[in-house]
Design a protein around this ligand. Structure first.
Ligand code: PGA
Length: 250
Protein backbone atom coordinates (compact mmCIF):
# COMPACT_ATOMS: atom_id res chain seq x y z
CA UNK A 1 0.00 0.00 0.00
CA UNK A 2 1.46 3.38 -0.97
CA UNK A 3 1.87 6.19 1.53
CA UNK A 4 -1.24 8.32 1.79
CA UNK A 5 -1.25 12.00 0.92
CA UNK A 6 -3.10 14.60 3.00
CA UNK A 7 -3.47 18.04 1.44
CA UNK A 8 -4.73 21.08 3.33
CA UNK A 9 -6.68 23.53 1.20
CA UNK A 10 -6.81 26.76 3.17
CA UNK A 11 -9.04 28.40 0.54
CA UNK A 12 -9.27 32.20 1.03
CA UNK A 13 -8.41 32.10 4.72
CA UNK A 14 -5.42 33.10 6.80
CA UNK A 15 -3.23 35.98 7.89
CA UNK A 16 0.51 36.34 8.50
CA UNK A 17 0.03 35.88 12.24
CA UNK A 18 -2.59 33.14 11.97
CA UNK A 19 -0.59 31.12 9.43
CA UNK A 20 2.52 31.25 11.61
CA UNK A 21 0.55 29.99 14.58
CA UNK A 22 -1.16 27.20 12.63
CA UNK A 23 2.05 25.97 10.99
CA UNK A 24 3.92 26.26 14.28
CA UNK A 25 1.45 23.79 15.79
CA UNK A 26 1.44 21.48 12.77
CA UNK A 27 5.22 21.27 12.49
CA UNK A 28 5.64 20.59 16.23
CA UNK A 29 4.41 17.09 15.56
CA UNK A 30 7.44 15.22 14.23
CA UNK A 31 7.05 12.52 11.58
CA UNK A 32 3.47 12.61 10.39
CA UNK A 33 3.69 9.15 8.80
CA UNK A 34 2.06 10.24 5.58
CA UNK A 35 2.78 12.72 2.80
CA UNK A 36 1.47 16.18 3.63
CA UNK A 37 1.02 19.36 1.60
CA UNK A 38 -0.42 22.75 2.43
CA UNK A 39 -2.11 24.78 -0.32
CA UNK A 40 -2.05 28.41 0.78
CA UNK A 41 -3.35 31.60 -0.86
CA UNK A 42 -0.85 33.18 -3.29
CA UNK A 43 0.26 36.05 -1.03
CA UNK A 44 1.26 33.62 1.72
CA UNK A 45 3.13 31.01 -0.32
CA UNK A 46 6.55 32.48 0.45
CA UNK A 47 5.71 32.82 4.12
CA UNK A 48 4.63 29.18 4.34
CA UNK A 49 7.78 28.07 2.55
CA UNK A 50 9.94 30.02 4.99
CA UNK A 51 8.16 28.63 8.04
CA UNK A 52 8.21 24.98 7.00
CA UNK A 53 11.43 23.39 8.24
CA UNK A 54 13.24 21.73 5.29
CA UNK A 55 12.92 18.33 6.92
CA UNK A 56 9.27 18.74 7.94
CA UNK A 57 8.29 16.72 4.89
CA UNK A 58 5.41 19.14 4.32
CA UNK A 59 5.18 20.27 0.71
CA UNK A 60 3.86 23.60 -0.53
CA UNK A 61 0.99 23.99 -2.96
CA UNK A 62 -1.11 26.71 -4.57
CA UNK A 63 -4.86 26.66 -5.08
CA UNK A 64 -5.06 27.87 -8.67
CA UNK A 65 -2.86 28.53 -11.69
CA UNK A 66 -3.15 30.27 -15.03
CA UNK A 67 -3.67 28.20 -18.13
CA UNK A 68 -1.24 30.59 -19.90
CA UNK A 69 2.55 30.50 -19.72
CA UNK A 70 3.49 34.23 -19.60
CA UNK A 71 2.38 37.58 -20.88
CA UNK A 72 -0.38 40.13 -20.69
CA UNK A 73 -2.77 38.37 -18.32
CA UNK A 74 -3.26 40.86 -15.49
CA UNK A 75 -3.86 39.21 -12.16
CA UNK A 76 -2.91 35.71 -13.28
CA UNK A 77 -0.16 33.55 -11.77
CA UNK A 78 1.70 31.14 -14.02
CA UNK A 79 2.77 27.59 -13.29
CA UNK A 80 6.39 28.57 -13.90
CA UNK A 81 6.14 31.24 -11.17
CA UNK A 82 4.76 28.70 -8.71
CA UNK A 83 7.48 26.25 -9.56
CA UNK A 84 10.13 29.00 -9.34
CA UNK A 85 8.89 29.86 -5.86
CA UNK A 86 9.17 26.30 -4.59
CA UNK A 87 5.64 24.99 -4.93
CA UNK A 88 5.30 21.27 -5.55
CA UNK A 89 1.53 21.05 -5.96
CA UNK A 90 -1.29 23.10 -7.38
CA UNK A 91 -5.02 22.42 -7.04
CA UNK A 92 -6.75 22.55 -10.41
CA UNK A 93 -10.46 22.57 -11.13
CA UNK A 94 -11.72 22.83 -7.58
CA UNK A 95 -15.51 22.97 -7.68
CA UNK A 96 -15.45 26.50 -6.25
CA UNK A 97 -13.36 27.57 -9.25
CA UNK A 98 -15.66 25.71 -11.61
CA UNK A 99 -18.90 27.08 -10.20
CA UNK A 100 -18.00 30.57 -8.90
CA UNK A 101 -15.37 31.49 -11.51
CA UNK A 102 -16.82 29.69 -14.53
CA UNK A 103 -13.94 27.31 -15.20
CA UNK A 104 -15.18 24.73 -17.65
CA UNK A 105 -13.78 21.26 -18.30
CA UNK A 106 -11.51 22.58 -21.10
CA UNK A 107 -10.01 25.26 -18.87
CA UNK A 108 -9.33 22.69 -16.19
CA UNK A 109 -7.61 20.51 -18.79
CA UNK A 110 -5.43 23.40 -20.00
CA UNK A 111 -4.51 24.36 -16.43
CA UNK A 112 -3.50 20.76 -15.78
CA UNK A 113 -1.31 20.93 -18.88
CA UNK A 114 0.29 24.20 -17.76
CA UNK A 115 1.04 22.70 -14.33
CA UNK A 116 2.59 19.54 -15.78
CA UNK A 117 4.72 21.51 -18.22
CA UNK A 118 6.16 23.52 -15.34
CA UNK A 119 6.97 20.39 -13.34
CA UNK A 120 4.20 20.88 -10.77
CA UNK A 121 2.01 18.09 -9.42
CA UNK A 122 -1.56 19.09 -10.32
CA UNK A 123 -4.28 17.97 -7.91
CA UNK A 124 -7.18 17.74 -10.33
CA UNK A 125 -10.60 17.91 -8.68
CA UNK A 126 -13.68 16.19 -10.03
CA UNK A 127 -17.11 15.62 -8.56
CA UNK A 128 -20.84 15.81 -9.05
CA UNK A 129 -23.55 18.15 -7.75
CA UNK A 130 -26.33 16.75 -5.62
CA UNK A 131 -28.72 17.09 -8.58
CA UNK A 132 -26.36 15.01 -10.74
CA UNK A 133 -26.12 12.36 -8.02
CA UNK A 134 -29.90 12.28 -7.68
CA UNK A 135 -30.15 11.87 -11.45
CA UNK A 136 -27.85 8.85 -11.25
CA UNK A 137 -25.18 10.38 -13.50
CA UNK A 138 -22.30 10.71 -11.00
CA UNK A 139 -19.92 8.35 -12.79
CA UNK A 140 -20.77 9.90 -16.15
CA UNK A 141 -20.01 13.42 -14.87
CA UNK A 142 -16.73 12.37 -13.28
CA UNK A 143 -15.66 10.51 -16.42
CA UNK A 144 -16.49 13.53 -18.59
CA UNK A 145 -14.38 15.76 -16.32
CA UNK A 146 -11.47 13.29 -16.45
CA UNK A 147 -11.69 12.87 -20.23
CA UNK A 148 -11.47 16.65 -20.67
CA UNK A 149 -8.20 16.64 -18.75
CA UNK A 150 -6.82 13.68 -20.70
CA UNK A 151 -7.60 15.50 -23.95
CA UNK A 152 -5.17 18.32 -23.05
CA UNK A 153 -2.15 16.47 -21.71
CA UNK A 154 -0.95 14.34 -24.56
CA UNK A 155 2.73 13.51 -24.26
CA UNK A 156 3.06 14.93 -20.75
CA UNK A 157 4.06 13.08 -17.63
CA UNK A 158 0.79 11.66 -16.31
CA UNK A 159 2.74 10.10 -13.42
CA UNK A 160 2.67 13.54 -11.80
CA UNK A 161 -1.11 13.86 -11.67
CA UNK A 162 -3.04 13.52 -8.43
CA UNK A 163 -6.82 13.22 -8.68
CA UNK A 164 -9.29 14.32 -6.02
CA UNK A 165 -12.88 13.15 -5.93
CA UNK A 166 -14.92 15.83 -4.21
CA UNK A 167 -18.70 15.44 -4.33
CA UNK A 168 -19.80 19.08 -4.46
CA UNK A 169 -22.63 18.51 -2.00
CA UNK A 170 -20.12 17.28 0.58
CA UNK A 171 -17.78 20.29 0.43
CA UNK A 172 -17.99 22.51 3.49
CA UNK A 173 -21.45 21.15 4.20
CA UNK A 174 -20.73 18.72 6.99
CA UNK A 175 -22.25 16.01 4.78
CA UNK A 176 -19.77 13.30 3.88
CA UNK A 177 -20.19 10.72 1.19
CA UNK A 178 -20.68 7.24 2.63
CA UNK A 179 -17.88 4.72 2.38
CA UNK A 180 -19.96 2.91 -0.22
CA UNK A 181 -20.44 6.03 -2.37
CA UNK A 182 -16.75 6.91 -2.12
CA UNK A 183 -15.74 3.33 -2.92
CA UNK A 184 -17.89 3.24 -6.04
CA UNK A 185 -16.54 6.49 -7.50
CA UNK A 186 -12.91 5.79 -6.58
CA UNK A 187 -13.11 2.34 -8.16
CA UNK A 188 -14.47 3.91 -11.32
CA UNK A 189 -11.69 6.54 -11.33
CA UNK A 190 -9.10 3.78 -10.82
CA UNK A 191 -10.49 1.89 -13.80
CA UNK A 192 -10.27 5.13 -15.80
CA UNK A 193 -6.63 5.84 -14.83
CA UNK A 194 -5.62 2.28 -15.70
CA UNK A 195 -7.32 2.51 -19.07
CA UNK A 196 -6.13 6.02 -19.97
CA UNK A 197 -2.78 6.39 -18.16
CA UNK A 198 -1.83 2.71 -18.20
CA UNK A 199 -1.81 0.17 -15.39
CA UNK A 200 1.86 0.88 -14.55
CA UNK A 201 0.93 4.41 -13.45
CA UNK A 202 -0.12 4.53 -9.81
CA UNK A 203 -2.19 7.72 -9.62
CA UNK A 204 -3.08 8.89 -6.14
CA UNK A 205 -6.84 9.41 -5.80
CA UNK A 206 -7.79 11.64 -2.86
CA UNK A 207 -11.22 12.05 -1.33
CA UNK A 208 -12.39 15.52 -0.28
CA UNK A 209 -15.59 16.86 1.25
CA UNK A 210 -16.08 17.40 4.99
CA UNK A 211 -13.24 15.09 6.04
CA UNK A 212 -12.91 15.46 9.81
CA UNK A 213 -11.00 13.66 12.58
CA UNK A 214 -14.14 11.63 13.30
CA UNK A 215 -14.60 10.19 9.79
CA UNK A 216 -11.07 10.23 8.36
CA UNK A 217 -10.05 6.70 9.36
CA UNK A 218 -13.20 5.19 7.85
CA UNK A 219 -12.79 7.13 4.59
CA UNK A 220 -9.07 6.33 4.29
CA UNK A 221 -9.84 2.63 4.73
CA UNK A 222 -11.99 2.59 1.58
CA UNK A 223 -10.24 0.80 -1.31
CA UNK A 224 -8.62 3.21 -3.82
CA UNK A 225 -8.67 6.14 -1.39
CA UNK A 226 -5.05 7.31 -1.27
CA UNK A 227 -5.53 10.28 1.00
CA UNK A 228 -7.61 13.40 1.45
CA UNK A 229 -8.09 16.99 0.34
CA UNK A 230 -9.02 18.83 3.50
CA UNK A 231 -10.69 22.25 3.62
CA UNK A 232 -12.17 23.47 6.90
CA UNK A 233 -10.35 20.97 9.11
CA UNK A 234 -6.96 22.03 7.70
CA UNK A 235 -7.37 25.39 9.45
CA UNK A 236 -7.38 23.79 12.89
CA UNK A 237 -3.98 22.30 13.75
CA UNK A 238 -5.36 19.62 16.09
CA UNK A 239 -7.89 18.44 13.50
CA UNK A 240 -5.42 18.48 10.61
CA UNK A 241 -2.89 16.50 12.63
CA UNK A 242 -5.56 13.98 13.66
CA UNK A 243 -6.46 13.49 9.98
CA UNK A 244 -2.77 13.02 9.11
CA UNK A 245 -2.47 10.39 11.85
CA UNK A 246 -5.58 8.63 10.52
CA UNK A 247 -3.94 8.60 7.07
CA UNK A 248 -0.79 7.12 8.58
CA UNK A 249 -2.91 4.39 10.15
CA UNK A 250 -1.89 5.41 13.71
P1 PGA B 1 -14.11 20.81 3.25
O1 PGA B 1 -13.48 21.27 1.85
O2 PGA B 1 -13.14 19.84 3.86
O3 PGA B 1 -14.23 22.09 4.06
O4 PGA B 1 -15.41 20.19 2.95
C1 PGA B 1 -12.82 20.37 1.01
C2 PGA B 1 -12.37 21.07 -0.25
O5 PGA B 1 -13.11 21.94 -0.73
O6 PGA B 1 -11.30 20.78 -0.78
Amino acid sequence: MSTKLVVGNWKMNGSLAGNAELLGEVTKSAGLGCEVAVCAPFPYLMQVLQILPPRSGIALGAQNVSEFDDGAYTGEVSARMLSDLGCSYVIVGHSERRSLFHEDDGTVGRKTRAALRAGLLPIVCVGETSAERNDGITLEVVTRQLDAVAAEIDGLDVDQIVLAYEPIWAIGSGLTATAEQVGEVHASIRTWTQRVFGSEVTTKILYGGSVKPGNAAELFAVPNVDGGLIGGASLVARDFLAICHAAAGD
